[in-house]
Design a protein around this ligand. Structure first.
Ligand code: PMP
Ligand code: GLN
Length: 384
């Protein structure tokens, strides 16, 4: 067939994501769904009213390519207040279709065939396909499943003359760990005097617990000078379905990013950007998130105290890993499916985030759920 060679997949190893698979199974089995990460409670009606207002006022045509100016201005002010770094509104911030698009676009703008990109595993699943579709080569640093702490000398050993980029994610999905200031300083030291571009995936920036500080890459001068810091309003404002986020980067990096962005996306939903610009001005809308989710984490962990699962409390994100090695030896995917069919609870087996699907005997549970859902989930888990 003439199309045969054309149909040869550019991404032969990509399958349906574990989030879609587990989410579909959860619906099919009418299970309590703590699998894919999304809140199951209502969005603030103030935010919805602001979108409606923007639509009714007629802001229904294209927004500026880089994003609605007042939104970019508010983002820049927020970062300066929280992290002491002043990005330029005109040239250093771009509003995107969620963090996913920011990450994809940054990779596409810089990674050429044969370039290496360091990816720390376990890793969220959108990085590798973006690297591979651009001809890049993911180079893995697999962390160990006891506490997923990082050995920065091991990270350094992954750097070669071909390393174009590295990707970090703190607070980290799926482990719930956060990078300390010391981690970031070590990373800064490792990258110093290299030409490596960093993607810092900070979508859970406002979900950190126990008084910890989110150590954004924008706080560290040398890191900031080489980084795309990527953020998600979906996570911060409980609207994952709106798919809106942004990234900030020095102007020389952002110039290349926008060359891709303007032809792949051009601009992002205009009325939602207008609403976000107003909503983001009230800092309580993001600063209160730590306490809000810490209460949910603590409630969940307390409610399953009597279960046979073991855990180290998540330091950030809305995910809690539960270690099941006291329950069974079976593979996490198998157990996750059995929990679904036999116990009617859905979670994410984290082997899908590891190199060679290594089994860490841990499952990821999303606690961005109502009290009622968390109570039902705890009842089930206590009986496993
Ligand atoms: N990075 C990580 C670590 C995530 O968990 C998510 C959540 N889906 C994303 C990026 C993508 O964010 P968004 O939904 O804004 O595209
Ligand atoms: N970030 C979500 C999670 O980790 C998944 C989003 C998606 O399905 N792409 O659960």
């Amino acid at each position: 067939m003439a199309l045969q060679s054309t149909l040869r997949s550019k991404l032969p190893n990509v399958k349906t994501t574990i989030f879609t698979t587990m989410g579909n199974l959860a619906r099919e089995h009418k299970a309590i769904d703590l699998s894919q990460g999304f809140p199951n409670f209502e969005t603030d009606s103030t935010l919805i009213d602001l979108v409606t207002k923007a639509m009714k006022e007629g802001h229904n045509q294209y927004a500026p390519m880089a994003g609605y100016y007042r939104l970019r201005e508010t983002i820049v002010q927020k970062i300066e207040k929280l992290h002491g770094k002043a990005y330029d509104v005109a040239t250093e911030v771009t509003v995107t279709i969620g963090a996913t698009q920011a990450i994809f676009t940054a990779i596409t703008a810089f990674v050429r065939p044969g370039d290496e990109v360091i990816v720390i595993k376990p890793a969220y699943d959108c990085y590798e396909p973006a690297i591979e579709v651009n001809g890049g080569i993911p180079v893995y640093l697999q962390l160990d499943g006891d506490d997923y702490s990082i050995d920065w000398e091991a990270f350094r050993s992954k750097i070669t003359p071909k390393t174009k980029m590295a990707i970090i994610n703190s607070p980290h999905n799926p482990s719930g760990r956060i990078f300390s200031k010391n981690d970031m300083l070590k990373l800064q030291d490792v990258l110093k005097n290299t030409n490596i571009v960093l993607i810092s995936d900070e979508v859970y920036e406002h979900i950190v617990f126990d008084g910890a500080t989110h150590e954004s890459a924008s706080r560290f001068d040398d890191l900031a000078s080489r980084s795309f810091v990527c953020a998600s309003f979906g996570k911060t404002f409980h609207v994952t379905g709106w798919k809106m986020g942004y990234c900030v980067a020095p102007s020389e990096l952002m110039r290349e990013f926008r060359k891709v962005h303007q032809f792949n996306v051009f601009c992002v939903d205009h009325p939602v950007q207008r609403a976000m610009a107003t909503y983001l001005q009230n800092e309580r809308h993001y600063l209160d998130l730590n306490g809000f989710y810490q209460q949910k984490r603590d409630f969940f962990l307390n409610a399953i105290k009597g279960s046979r699962f073991n855990s180290i409390p998540a330091q950030g994100t809305y995910f809690q890993l539960l270690d099941y090695s006291d329950i069974t030896d079976e593979a996490d995917e198998k157990l996750a499916k059995r929990l679904l069919t036999d116990h009617k609870i859905a979670c994410i087996p984290i082997s899908s985030f590891n190199v060679d699907n290594r089994n860490d005997r841990a499952l990821r549970f999303c606690f961005a759920k109502t009290q009622e859902t968390l109570e039902k989930a705890a009842d089930i888990l206590n009986g496993v």
